[in-house]
Design a binder for this molecule. Structure first.
Ligand SMILES: Cc1cc2nc3c(=O)[nH]c(=O)nc-3n(C[C@H](O)[C@H](O)[C@H](O)COP(=O)(O)O)c2cc1C
Length: 363
């Protein structure tokens, strides 16, 4: 079966976005069992634990699911760079009653080891963000029996993924919550809206395209399908689901957020990501381009974000959310996907009626 056929075989053409730190196996299983496709975010899973994580989902559902990794070369920052980065964070740590952390021994799990473990675990779909695999790595995943999806913020990135043999493209628009996938150009050149990206990527590559960014309900699903998407990937829409693991402080911030409250920021992690604007985002804005790249800054702010969460202080936490977060509602993930698909079908019918009526009036 091709990846296109796999997507066509889904009763509901919705993928739950992998969201490291916000979702794990319960959400992936619930969504796949409901006839859409769940995704396990494994960026924070140690290579030696990856097989068990994938097997855990496989044991609970026969339906297809995906596993996602965030890519990045192992970075070895100079001690002076770490000192400067930590000095910038010292006042925030002090506010929380914490000393400035020591230099960490490790900034993230080794991607090559994670990829090897993922290839051995052979989930039905493997998706990647932040960089691009080599042809040999894609071939190895294919040989193991996994389809490969590459995330793109630009047409050039989609073409690059097609050239290394990916089976599908996740086209992530600038509306999207969480980290953005760009890897060929800077954030400004890579900030393309979901409509424009989808319409151009579907013309540029002969692969199934999954639309992501700002899709929150059946209206968004129908619009993305109309623009040529084979399926959609929704993240923020699941953040208030029962199966999300975001905790009460983040949850309350999402519920109380004013409209138009998200910003792209590099301050928390060293890579641009979208979340609710808070004091940390504002106070770091002037120096955000100077912080060390992902995953270094991400690791350096980790203890601050965890302590703020524990203290109930949303101002020093990364409150990832997409531009349309005000449309997020609580509920069970399985019921949500069923509702969105029913809405999408209603919207498609309403548009067809409207078009027919106008056609008749025009004729
Ligand atoms: C809290 C959060 C965490 C995310 N973590 C990941 C991740 O681990 N891997 C990934 O490829 N994308 C991640 N994303 C991005 C999503 O895959 C997706 O592109 C995005 O949620 C789509 O936009 P939306 O939030 O408007 O639906 C994350 C998004 C959010 C909101």
């Amino acid at each position: 079966m091709s990846f296109a056929k796999l997507l066509e075989s889904l009763p509901i053409p919705i993928l739950q976005a992998p969201m490291a730190g916000a979702t794990f196996d319960a959400m992936a299983v619930a969504v796949s069992q409901a006839g859409a496709m769940g995704n396990l975010a494994c960026a924070g899973v140690a290579p030696e634990e990856l097989q068990a994580a994938v097997d855990g989902v496989r044991a609970k559902t026969d339906a297809p699911f995906g596993v996602n990794l965030l890519m990045g070369p192992p970075l070895k920052p100079e001690p002076a760079e770490l000192d400067a980065a930590l000095a910038r964070l010292t006042p925030f740590y002090a506010e929380l009653g914490l000393p400035t952390p020591d230099h960490p021994n490790r900034f993230s799990y080794d991607f090559d080891a994670q990829l090897q473990a993922l290839t051995r675990a052979a989930p039905p779909v493997a998706s990647f963000s932040f960089s691009i695999l080599t042809e040999a790595q894609v071939d190895a995943l294919h040989a193991a029996g996994s389809y490969v999806v590459g995330t793109a913020n630009t047409v050039a990135e989609a073409i690059a993924w097609a050239e290394v043999g990916a089976d599908g493209i996740c086209a992530q628009g600038v509306e999207a919550g969480g980290h953005h996938a760009y890897f060929l150009d800077d954030i400004e050149a890579s900030s393309i809206g979901t409509f424009a990206l989808l319409a151009t990527v579907t013309r540029a590559v002969d692969l199934p395209v999954i639309a992501a960014g700002g899709i929150m309900d059946g209206r968004g699903v129908a619009a993305a399908l109309a623009l040529g998407a084979s399926a959609v990937q929704m993240g923020s829409a699941f953040l208030l689901a029962d199966e999300a693991i975001i905790g009460p402080v983040w949850q309350a911030a999402l519920k109380d957020a004013p409209t138009d409250a998200t910003r792209l920021t590099r301050a928390f992690s060293g890579r641009y990501a979208r979340g609710l604007e808070n004091r940390f985002v504002r106070e770091m804005r002037g120096v955000q381009d100077e912080v060390p790249p992902y995953p270094v800054q991400n690791r350096l702010t980790q203890a601050m974000r965890a302590a703020a969460n524990k203290a109930g202080d949303p101002e020093l936490m990364s409150l990832w959310a997409g531009q349309a977060i005000k449309l997020a509602k609580p509920g069970q993930a399985g019921e949500m996907v069923a509702r969105w698909w029913a809405e999408a079908q209603d919207v498609a019918q309403a548009v067809a009626k409207q078009t027919a009526a106008r056609g008749a009036a025009g004729g």
